[in-house]
Design a protein around this ligand. Structure first.
Ligand SMILES: Nc1ncnc2c1ncn2[C@@H]1O[C@H](COP(=O)(O)OP(=O)(O)O)[C@@H](O)[C@H]1O
Ligand SMILES: [Mg+2]
Length: 258
């Protein structure tokens, strides 16, 4: 057995010993400021030096490395079904992009016009948003919100429309997306899931790429394949997968180089 494997094994055994003795094992996630209304899962905001926040930095690096001279800048975040962690992933990724020292400007859009929770998860109150801009010509400037990070703008989903897929597929949506892309370095769309509704299939191909969120231990393989087929059928470019709800079995010291 190599030295590294041995060290891993020893550390894992120690961790199990501590667990068995019920000693405190430090959780990786969640250090919410007590007065903040932002969801504590937004680790990149609350605890940027944590191992979990580092995973979002790895995701940022990987996305930027896909094409160094022309990285995907307009990203749709979706999943096969609801509740897999799309919104939390979209927020963490947006905050991570905003922390880039090269001061990128980021727009995070709640494109879940049916059941969007982005503003709620950020503890924000919204009046107008994306759907209002698409349907009745409201101005983006009237709708943008902030969580106190000056290079990160938030666009809420807006009033619940009766025709979300049509709005997202409209000529106005294409124009608006082009405006966003010209104005911001990165635009991140928190989309509805792929299997129950068509919206991500409409928005996905208009973006540079799609990230699929999978919740570990929950989503059936067949459902994921079905979602992937749907995205391929509409010629959306699936850039990769983000797995949520992972438990770390690798000893903490390996992550704690920070
Ligand atoms: N990486 C994660 N690990 C553990 N729980 C998570 C993670 N991301 C999200 N959650 C929790 O899972 C639930 C669904 O997350 P959400 O982002 O709203 O999903 P979706 O947007 O896909 O419906 C929320 O209660 C959220 O706090
Ligand atoms: Mg969501």
């Amino acid at each position: 057995m190599g030295k590294f494997t041995e060290a891993l094994k020893k550390a894992a055994e120690k961790r199990i010993e501590r667990l068995e003795k019920q000693e405190e094992v430090k959780p990786y996630v969640i250090r919410a400021a007590s007065d903040s209304k932002i969801d504590p899962h937004v680790v990149s905001y609350f605890d940027p030096s944590s191992p979990v926040a580092e995973q979002y930095r790895i995701l940022r690096t990987n996305l930027q490395a896909l094409d160094k001279s022309n990285p995907p800048r307009m990203l749709a975040i979706t999943s096969a079904i609801h509740g897999e962690g799309k919104t939390i992933t979209a927020i963490n990724l947006a905050v991570t992009f905003a922390h880039d020292l090269n001061k990128k400007s980021i727009l995070l859009v709640d494109a879940d016009l049916r059941k969007g929770t982005l503003t709620k998860d950020l503890g924000l109150k919204a009046e107008k948003g994306f759907s209002d801009i698409l349907s009745n010509g409201a101005k983006p400037d009237e709708s943008l919100l902030s969580i106190g990070i000056d290079n990160l703008h938030i666009l809420p989903s807006g009033s619940r429309p009766h025709n979300p897929a049509e709005l997202l597929g409209s000529q106005r949506a294409r124009q608006l997306l082009a405006e966003f892309k010209a104005q911001y370095d990165y635009v991140i769309f928190d989309c509805p899931p792929v299997v129950p509704v068509t919206d991500a299939g409409v928005l996905g191909p208009l973006c540079d790429g799609v990230l699929m969120v999978l919740q570990a231990g929950r989503t059936q393989r067949g459902v994921v394949v079905h979602a992937q087929d749907r995205l391929q059928a509409v010629r959306a470019r699936v850039l990769g997968y983000v797995m949520t709800n992972i438990e770390y079995h690798i000893p903490e010291y390996i992550y704690r180089y920070l």
